[in-house]
Design a protein around this ligand. Structure first.
Ligand SMILES: O=C(O)CCC(=O)C(=O)O
Length: 294
């Protein structure tokens, strides 16, 4: 898919810039980064309109949760306008700086959380991402394996707005104290914080960081879009059934739409992996992440 006749600006968008040394040190220390100003005012308005449309469709069809929230998996399949967020050049560099070029999006969602109108039953939501990866992989600390970007469309510059919560630095800790059952009241972990962010900011986080959504007690509906990236040899949870003929080769790679067999997905042949080609063209390949020997 790399040799198409599409205009250069469409077929080969810029892959973004590599993570700085300062960002890497902060990410390795804290397990997350807030990246300010990723989306422009116009982009915030555009993506908010798109997410609002999906929300209204679900509201009309009676498909919202009891608290009128929407947690909709498969962000691009559910809302094709979100496709450019797969590899937004102001934040995508963090993904390939951490994981390299043999990656795909294995999980994504768009989220709309209106202010709560009544108190919800308690549920201990703290977790590391990856589900059974946290039971079935034996190392301590567990391997990173995936990273996630949250794009914020609403104002989370104060706490209490359903902010994303983390325990900074907890990505190298396999276990935190929690209740025997998730519906048993239990305090937040020590040192937990609500991450504040402005509309258009992104949060980039290591899947292993202990994190949880908080309840929205404000008057502002929380809106965000999340993309999780992992190696292409990890099974995807993502679906992509929508017809998007103009997807760039890198976006096709990220959505698992590329032609090829199993060996291809394992990245044996980097020349067939669009992100490898794009990084090579921009002299951004990391020598610490070489291809397999031929
Ligand atoms: O919505 C949030 O703030 C938390 C999201 C989350 O738990 C996740 O992405 O795994």
């Amino acid at each position: 898919m790399t040799g198409t006749n599409r205009p250069a600006s469409v077929a080969r968008p810029h892959p973004g810039t590599a993570m700085t040394g300062e960002q890497r040190a902060a990410f390795e220390r804290d397990g997350f980064l807030v990246v300010p100003g990723v989306l422009s005012e116009d982009e915030i308005a555009h993506y908010t309109t798109a997410v609002d449309r999906v929300y209204e469709e679900h509201a009309t069809a009676g498909k919202l949760a009891a608290d009128r929230s929407l947690h909709k998996l498969n962000a691009v399949d559910s809302c094709t306008d979100l496709a450019p967020l797969l590899d937004h050049p102001k934040v995508f560099g963090l993904v390939w700086s951490m994981l390299g070029w043999n990656v795909h999006v294995y999980h994504s969602h768009l989220d709309v959380h209106p202010p709560l109108t009544e108190e919800k039953p308690f549920r201990f939501e703290w977790h590391q991402d990856g589900g059974r990866q946290n039971r079935e992989i034996e190392t301590d600390p567990r391997p990173r394996l995936s990273v996630k970007i949250a794009y914020w469309l609403s104002d989370l510059s104060a706490t209490g707005r359903g902010n994303f919560q983390v325990v900074p630095g907890s990505h190298t800790t396999n276990r935190i104290d929690g209740p025997p059952r998730r519906d048993m009241a239990w305090p937040n972990p020590d040192n937990a914080i609500e991450v504040t962010a402005n509309p258009g900011d992104a949060v980039f986080f290591d899947r292993r960081i202990w994190h949880a959504r908080s309840n929205n007690h404000s008057r502002i509906t929380r809106k965000g879009v999340f993309f999780a990236y992992t190696y292409r040899w990890v099974q995807t949870r993502e679906t992509m059934t929508a017809d998007l003929p103009d997807l760039t080769p890198v976006r096709r790679q990220l959505l698992g739409l590329q032609d090829g067999d199993g060996d291809h997905a394992w990245g044996h042949y980097p020349s067939g992996v669009p992100l490898h080609g794009l990084l090579k063209d921009h002299d951004l390949l990391d020598p610490n992440n070489p291809p397999l020997k031929p």
